[in-house]
Design a binder for this molecule. Sequence first.
Ligand SMILES: [Cu+2]
Length: 185
Amino acid sequence: MRRLALLVGGLVVLVGLWAFGARVTTAQVHSNDADIALVDNCDPATFNATRPLCTQTPHKLDTTFAEFQALLFSQLAANIIGHPAWQFSPGYISIRAGQTVRAINAGGEDHTFTEVAAFGGGLVPPLNGVNGPAGTVPLVPAPACSSSTIVPSGETVQVAGLAPGVHKFQCCIHPWMRAVVDVEH
Ligand SMILES: [Cu+2]
């Protein structure tokens, strides 16, 4: 229950920060846009047992909360690995300067698509490894996560005006969801 309490606390903080976010806006579809899907496989029946976390989608999502928790940590070391069905896909794209990146939440849970200077933890302590197995070193939240914007299930955001070079994006709820956007010079 302690983990659940922390989770709720983290989500409250996250919702409180919803309104902020720099170059992320709701999307207008342009054929030239590059797409990254934010995906998960949350089973509504078990994820919503204590509070609504998982939206029913047309595609049946069926990873139970217990299955999600079982794959949060590596079996080889006390590292956060996260369930592999929670991911940014693809995890790397190369775009031309001036192209817009669209991040589409194709899963059932809330996610964020937040640019960070370096990959780090998110805003939900248990998902950073707090209270994890003995020996776990919790991830330190990425500073940019303090002003991240939630992308609800079924919604899309676009990120425009990325400078040439390498940009890192992560989910500030599930910090193993990551992607690199390489903007051509
Ligand atoms: Cu996420």
